[in-house]
Design a protein around this ligand. Structure first.
Ligand code: PMP
Length: 786
């Protein structure tokens, strides 16, 4: 297992979107990538040559850990020339990219619990870098109408005694906002007054437009310089992102601390890149100004195009190569009835519909916006903006706002629990006494259900279980002195007891301890009812999925892995087919006929059934649900996670597919209306399922052969991956009593049943639902049957 840190940290969303765009391009999809975080120009020629020279001169060994002295001198000279800043070599460190300088700085500066103020929108890395140092990021929202600049008041009100530093990114990724000198000075006053450090990320210092003049925070005065650590590098200014050189300038003790940490993480940055960076900083600066004027032209173009979207506002950036338009006015709109809910939803829509990759603003702490990068060709910008404008104009205002308030309960226990069905009378009495003791009168629910004519009383302290119980079953008659056939205690919160079930057949008492999940309760109730109805009514349970086809009943029986659900939902597509039961049938023989009843008022259905029948989703929306996933972290659908196409990311509040353990209690009459469901079938066919690729599609079976398979509870040839393999006589997990006597009763019953029905062994590994349809019409190809 990876550490908590690794588990909770999100991958850089910018890198993720860019990777996605690249993958789509590789598939031949014409994607325009406006998510890029690096200039699209080659590194300057003199820089490349310097790199080659370094290799030729064998400058390919470890260098000084904190950077070669020449490069430090070049950095010092540039800071002096550009900003009038004076630094010594021991106040400079060169790192593997500005990101690495920033990381080592935060590690060197921040103690556990120190607060670091991060104005939002922020560069995605800041909060993570702070929390990886066990610091606490304090996010301060800046306002679009203030040009995304933090005001002194906003800074002041975020400062507490625990505040150690402020991270100020100027010009900003993602907004492009640049701080004019007076705005910096106003912040510097607060910084001095409150005595905090400033981490001045000035990586975009050279990429500024119009008449904006960039000032380094450290340049505001000698005192403020002592509290400032400047972070910069060659990545953006010289189009050298891949060379990985950044640097920091600040007080010698802090730089020394960073150097110690760096010596144990990356050591020196790449020797060749250091030589290339030396050339970048010392050589002619002509390429920088060429790039700046091209970026400025593109920025103006993008702003001009965005103006054609009246409901979208966009701050005019002073620097960097991003615009950060506010699209929140389209969030209420929808495309093909799919509402855009937030910046992730919009980014997803633009990627899928318009084939344009952008970064959702939420990644930068500003959900109203999206980030577009203009570090791409004018041709791409034209195409990309054409597409965005077209896609946004296709969004329609939703006619009525559909509000889905999912009725969902998350339970502590997610699965079935073991049941001991052989407890003695004295143990039963002791357990009942313990349960009664634990049920307090102010948190006690009791309800009699009529399950196939058997009256089962639930006594519980879990309101959710009571809720599902009442929803699932028909009520027993409302007579005060009614005597239930059996009682189930479902008591949660008993200290020191594991989650498990008990059953005593003599007294028809079920006991469920420390379980808040409904499935084990339903299963125990069915087991109790099977026990009673076998003896009292000569009615037996058959585990399967059943339908009615023009008045004749068909049941699919088989363990997991035999595609039972696939076949069931495929059969239901047919207009002649009606739904009977999705899990359990109570069967009796009457006048030479086999009658099977579906005895549940509502069917407990795994919500991932939407994969077979997407229209069920809107029915689940209106049904009681349990354990439907609402957070991506809880998703168990590995295939879906791999596709990186998560509906929760796109703003959906929940996902029906994400867990095998999420269920809904669905009214069967809602599935295509009352005519599609029947409570009773006259059984004609039993299909016992197997799944392999070599056996024949189907074979009609003699009663004794079928009985053997049913009783074994094992599908022939099925290599089950379930561990440990569970032997379930008659494939029925709800059977509580598998004593020789009970099995003999069941055997006798099924022997008669199989004489009155036609039974096939059906291989869903090679045959489809059409084969079933041909078999029941009596026109299956003869070679397929015996
Ligand atoms: N700071 C900011 C604000 C950035 O946008 C980036 C790059 N996206 C960096 C630092 C990191 O730069 P480098 O590639 O030199 O690590």
């Amino acid at each position: 297992m990876v550490s908590e840190k690794a588990n909770t940290i999100g991958e850089s969303p910018t890198l993720k979107v860019t990777a996605k765009a690249k993958a789509m391009k590789a598939e031949g999809i014409d994607v325009i990538d406006l998510s890029v975080g690096e200039p699209d120009f080659p590194s300057p020629d003199n820089v490349k040559k310097a790199g080659v020279r370094a290799i030729e001169e064998n400058f390919t060994k470890y260098t000084q850990n904190d950077g070669i002295p020449d490069l430090k001198e070049a950095i010092i000279a540039r800071l002096k020339e550009d900003q009038g800043l004076i630094y010594d070599k021991n106040e400079i460190i060169v790192s593997t990219g500005a990101k690495s300088s920033l990381y080592h700085l935060i590690q060197a500066l921040i103690n556990d619990g120190d607060e670091v103020i991060i104005p939002s929108p922020y560069w995605v890395t800041y909060p993570h870098a702070v929390s990886l140092a066990n610091g606490k990021g304090v996010i301060v929202s800046t306002k679009e109408e203030n040009g995304f600049l933090m005001t002194p008041d906003e800074l002041k009100s975020a400062i507490t005694p625990a505040t150690k530093a402020l991270i100020l990114n100027n010009p900003s990724n993602p907004t492009g906002a640049g701080y004019p000198r007076h705005a910096l000075e106003a912040l510097a006053d607060v910084v001095m007054e409150e005595d905090i450090f400033v981490i001045a990320d000035e990586i975009y210092e050279k990429l500024v437009y119009d008449d904006f003049r960039f000032y380094s925070f450290a340049s505001l005065g000698e005192e403020i310089k002592k509290k400032t650590i400047v972070i910069s590098g060659v990545s953006k200014s010289y189009s050298m992102t891949g060379w990985r050189i950044g640097y920091a300038a600040g007080p010698a003790d802090i730089i020394n601390g960073m150097a110690k940490i760096q010596s144990h993480s990356t050591s020196n940055p790449c020797s060749i890149s250091q030589k290339a960076s030396l050339e970048a900083l010392r050589g002619p600066q002509y390429d920088v100004s060429k790039m700046v004027s091209e970026f400025q032209r593109r920025r103006n173009y993008v702003l001009m195009r965005l103006q054609s979207l009246p409901e979208v506002s966009c701050h005019k950036p002073q620097g960097a190569f991003y615009v950060f338009p506010n699209f929140s006015s389209v969030y209420k709109k929808e495309f093909n009835s799919m509402p855009i809910r937030n910046s992730y939803g919009l980014a997803y829509y633009l990627l899928k519909q318009a084939k344009v990759a952008v970064v959702p603003g939420d990644a930068f702490g500003a959900d109203a916006n999206i980030r577009l990068s203009y570090a791409t060709s004018t041709e791409n910008l034209e195409k990309g903006l054409d597409r965005i404008i077209e896609a946004v104009s296709q969004l329609k205002t939703a006619k009525k706002v559909k509000r889905i308030a999912l009725n969902n309960t998350l339970t502590r226990i997610k699965k079935s629990v073991p049941v001991d069905s052989s407890i003695s009378m004295s143990m039963r009495d002791a357990l009942v006494a313990e349960m009664e003791d634990s049920l307090s009168y102010d948190n006690y629910f009791e309800w009699n259900a009529n399950i196939n004519g058997v009256i089962v009383q639930l006594r519980t302290n879990v309101s959710h279980l009571n809720d599902f119980w009442i929803e699932n079953w028909y009520p027993a008659q409302l007579e005060a002195d009614i005597e239930p056939h059996g009682i189930i205690y479902a008591v949660d919160g008993i200290p020191g007891r594991e989650s498990r079930g008990f059953y005593n057949s003599e007294t028809k008492t079920g006991i469920l301890v420390n379980t808040d999940n409904y499935s084990p309760l339903r299963s125990l109730a069915l087991g109790l009812v099977i026990d009673v109805s076998e003896r009292l009514f000569n009615t037996y349970a058959l585990r399967g999925m059943s339908v009615d086809v023009n008045g004749k009943g068909l049941v699919l029986v088989g363990p997991k892995g035999t595609k039972k659900s696939d076949l069931f939902y495929a059969l239901l597509q047919d207009t002649e087919v009606r739904l009977h039961s999705n899990d359990i049938l109570f069967v009796r023989l009457s006048g030479g006929k086999v009658l099977a009843d579906s005895i549940e008022r509502k069917l407990l259905m795994p919500t991932n059934t939407v994969e077979f029948n997407p229209s069920l989703a809107s029915l689940f929306d209106n049904s009681k649900c349990e354990n439907v996933i609402t957070r991506k972290e809880d998703c168990q659908d590995a295939d879906c996670l791999r596709l990186d196409d998560c509906r929760l990311d796109r703003g959906s509040p929940f996902c029906y597919k994400a867990s095998k353990n999420s269920v809904s209690l669905l009214d069967p009459y809602w599935i295509e209306g009352p005519a599609k469901h029947t409570k009773r079938i006259q059984m004609q066919w039993i299909f016992i399922l197997r799944y392999d690729t070599s056996s024949p599609p189907s074979a009609e079976m003699e009663g004794e052969d079928a009985l053997r398979i049913l009783e074994s509870g094992q599908s022939p040839g099925l290599k089950t991956t379930l561990s440990p393999p569970r032997s379930q006589p008659f494939f029925n997990p709800h059977l509580l009593l598998a004593t020789p006597e009970r099995l003999e009763y069941q055997r006798n019953f099924f022997r008669q049943l199989l004489q009155l029905t036609t039974c096939y062994l059906f291989n869903s590994g090679v045959a489809t639902v059409d084969h079933i349809k041909r078999l029941i019409k009596g026109d299956a190809p003869p070679e397929n049957t015996r």
